[in-house]
Design a protein around this ligand. Sequence first.
Ligand SMILES: [Zn+2]
Length: 460
Amino acid sequence: MRGVATLVGLSALALAAWPGFNRVEAAPAMAIDADVRDEFRSQMIMPLALGGDNGRRMAATTAVIPLASAPERPRLDLVATLTQGDSFDRMLRRAGVSEIEASQIAGMIGNAIDISDIKSGTQVDITLGRRLVAGEPRPLDALSFRARFDLQLAVERRDGQLLLDPRPIMVDATPLRIRGTVGGSLYRSARAAGAPASSVQQFLRVIGTELSLDREISSKDEFDLIVDYKRAATGEIEVGDLLYAAIVRNGEPRKRLMRWGPEGRYFEASGVGEQREGLMRPVPGAISSRYGMRRHPILGYRRMHGGLDFRAGHGTPIYAATDGRVDYAGRNGSYGNYVRINHAGNLGTGYAHMSRIAVRRGENVRRGQVIGYVGSTGLSTGPHLHYEMYRGGQKIDPASVRFVTRAQLTGKELADFRAQLDLLQLVEPGAALASLAPDPDAVEEPVREIDRLENRQQVR
Ligand SMILES: [Zn+2]
């Protein structure tokens, strides 16, 4: 009974202490009405997020007198860019120069240089002056740009007249020669010696056609490369083509190649042209049928398949497998549109079922030149290239031939080639990397307005 009494007693105590579940209200720290709330809101970022609906600003009062016209900047400095396919006067008009003045300036510049020499992407600094009449375009006060690698052109208004002011930039055209030991990596060694990346890549590609870069060049060999290189007094550098590439072993040149001729091919020191190995694939597609006996898909009986079939989509360009002269171009029975090319060494190649032919009979073609497009003309079930090869007019298996064409310089051309090669050997390694001696006649005047301001700050 005592236990029951304890239970009842404790239960009663617990029920007596039962808490209420009413809301507990905290008194506000200060009274906030709509005005005060707005005041707070104006301090927050939120009004900005809502589009500045509560940004505070003052409305105009009667004390505000509107201006008849707002004052303009007296001059405007702009940078305009000559884009691809752009004309000079169109660019000026875009920048706000009047039509008459734009064509006048374009004419002045056209008289000084060939406008088409100006590279697209050239930036032109333009200063426009104060408008003479409200609403009219601003007159051009000055204009300055790099017209060529060796020429800065400026147009300035002096006493109301536009004057052209060409400022030649000194350019040093000493070719850049880099020599060094191959070491662990020819690429890294040449780069460390100061060769531009594009030139090293070209060097590796050219040398790679004659020597195996993995097996025939050792780490103790020396590389020697000469690049067409131009340095302007203003600090810009123009890297041209690789002129000379050599690998030297024990002080003796192991392989020497020099760029020669308008096509920019590389020739060995003996006058033998670069090795152009093997045949080029006429189309990028996979081979779907090889040379040999097979069942013809249309005729239905077994017969000789005299070439290779390349799977390729309609309209895929077809490339000449190697240099040659077009012997036939036109429709040819079951071949459809067909081109045959004669190559050196009594070899020939044929390309059938073309949708379109891109060469004419008698035309000289180069390796890799587009001669037509894949189609399904003639006796064909779908777009593909039927590719044949002939030796002395007889069909042979194209897969069995890897031919090599090499040009050989002779006579006067060989003598000129040797003279040029000797001349290149006189180039001092690394000479073109030295800093350009300042031209005593050059006036130290900055071209861009921002540089002028900086210079002024430095002086005063
Ligand atoms: Zn075929």
